[in-house]
Design a protein around this ligand. Sequence first.
Ligand code: ASP
Length: 163
Amino acid sequence: MEKSKYAPVINTENHDTISMLVLDKNGNLSGGCTTSGAAWKMHGRVGDSPIIGAGLFLDNEVGAAAATGLGEAVIRTAGSAMVVELMRQGKSPYDACKEIVERIFNKHKNHRDMPYLQVGFIALNNKGEHGAYSLRAGFNFAIHDEKDGNRMEDAKFKMTWDD
Ligand code: ASP
């Protein structure tokens, strides 16, 4: 805030966009997300959350996906839209989330912002199957369905914060 420095930092203490994906009893999907949970954003910064296709995307014929983490990285890959496209090609929600996290990792692995890079996706297809995957440990999400009620799940991840 004092320096107006543009250097978004995403770690376990300073972000957590809330997104929700819903499949109703008629087979219709809905999705929503907060306008970014990033703390101390620079004035004027637009994260991924308000951009359809980046922080959130949905196609009723396929499924829905949403993101958390470093918005710049999610925007550059059209992350949530790509997760939905991979589900359209037949991938499971989990495999689709994992592939886009891997893509983001590969694009950033030599970049200086890597120590602050976290991205995670949740996805739900129109059959009611869900999945999630994050770059770094610590991403969890809540599920509710008719069969098992409410529970929390920890997403699988590629690396810890010390890797
Ligand atoms: N995706 C958000 C942003 O970059 C940060 C977050 O995950 O809360 O603005």
